[in-house]
Design a protein around this ligand. Structure first.
Ligand SMILES: *Cc1c(COP(=O)(O)O)cnc(C)c1O
Length: 357
């Protein structure tokens, strides 16, 4: 197979071990003689995967007993609706740090009173607004901890006087999180914990059941907590691969260990962006994401953009095209993106600079 360095934003690089084990399970799931995509989800072999996956989530993220984790289809985008359906009664505030945050807010507005408490839309979301007052009468405050498109990240768990809900699609399991500070953490698996097709919801159980609206059965998080994520047929294969990805993460030493690697990868790449005369970063330095590194050609070098893209491609880099709203480049360096790939990109940037000396 061709050697590539995969920097796509999601779906994205997954641990090779998880992929190899998935291939094996497609042939024979746990010695049953049945492919994992053909096994009933009501078998003990499947239930053991489900149990293992749930336990790994709890262990790796240190999830307290007050919270439960459920796995559902529909992605983070359906999660936007789950949030509003299950938690919005009177009023909710959203920190508008990008398009995903805006989409989350839209779903809440459709169901009730919700507004942006602060926004960085004025500068194409290149920073995280700070210093805003959080009113104490909100049902919840919603944040997007990592803004995949713009490469900004909320580096700590906010202190909030009201229930805090976070879309952590693109930085979940990349750093330790104090789960006890959140009413809910949710996201799509396909950025850092698995393939597309499954989303995770870590829910503070005693906060459910407080809204007066009728919640359709499938949109009611209680349904899925009670059903152990198997009220209806779960996305079996996606959960299988997610479980394998978490097993790999545990073998790497867990979240604290992977955070060290993530920091080293990000430092290497941002260091080169700042040093290299051909490029400049787009996100405010203090808010730079450790997962999505956004950069553009430096002033006066804009016409070289296509040339660098082609050059990088010839060196095996893939998925570095920036989102159309930001332009330039974006390297997504999630947990499973190896240091070797980041080094290869950095070498490529250095070489490109030399070529244009
Ligand atoms: C990718 C992404 C989403 C959307 O996820 P889907 O699973 O495709 O719905 C939402 N929020 C963030 C922060 C994302 O990165």
């Amino acid at each position: 197979m061709k050697k590539v360095h995969n920097f796509t934003a999601g779906p994205c690089a997954l641990p090779q071990q998880a992929i190899d084990n998935a291939i094996e399970a497609l042939k024979d799931f746990k010695g049953t003689g049945i492919p994992v995509i053909s096994i009933s989800h009501r078998t003990k072999e499947w239930e053991s995967v489900m149990d293992e996956c749930r336990s790994l989530w709890k262990e790796l993220l240190n999830i307290p007993d007050t919270h439960e984790v459920v796995f559902l289809g529909g992605g983070a985008s359906l999660g936007f609706l789950y949030v509003a359906m299950n938690f919005l009664e009177n009023k909710a505030a959203y920190l508008e740090t990008g398009v995903w945050a805006k989409k989350a807010l839209k779903e809440a507005k459709g169901l009730g009173n919700a507004y942006a408490i602060a926004s960085s839309a004025d500068t194409v979301y290149n920073y995280i607004p700070k210093g805003f007052e959080i009113p104490s009468d909100l049902d919840y405050l919603h944040v997007t901890t990592n803004n995949t498109i713009y490469g900004t990240e909320l580096h700590e768990d906010l202190d909030s006087p009201v229930p805090l809900i976070a879309d952590m699609s693109s930085d979940i399991m990349s750093r330790p999180v104090d789960v006890s500070k959140y009413a809910m953490i949710y996201g799509g698996a396909q950025k850092n914990v698995g393939p597309a097709g499954v989303a995770f919801f870590i829910v503070k159980k005693d906060l459910l059941g407080k809204v007066s609206r009728y919640i359709p059965t499938m949109l009611n998080l209680q349904t899925h907590i009670d059903g152990g994520s198997m009220f209806n047929t779960p996305p079996v294969f996606s959960i299988f691969v997610m479980n394998e990805t978490l097993k790999w993460l545990k073998e790497q030493g867990g979240i604290e260990a992977i955070q060290k690697v993530n920091k080293a990868k990000a430092e290497l790449l941002y260091g080169e962006i700042d040093r290299n005369s051909m490029f400049r970063g787009t996100a405010a330095v203090e808010d730079r994401s450790l997962m999505n590194v956004c950069f553009v050609m430096a002033e006066g070098k804009e016409t070289l953009q296509d040339e660098f893209m082609a050059f990088a491609k010839s060196k095996g880099m893939t998925g570095i095209k920036g989102h159309r709203s930001v332009g330039g480049f974006r390297a997504s360096i999630y947990n499973a993106c190896p240091m070797e790939s980041v080094q290869a990109l950095v070498d490529c940037m250095k070489e490109f600079e030399q070529l244009h000396k």
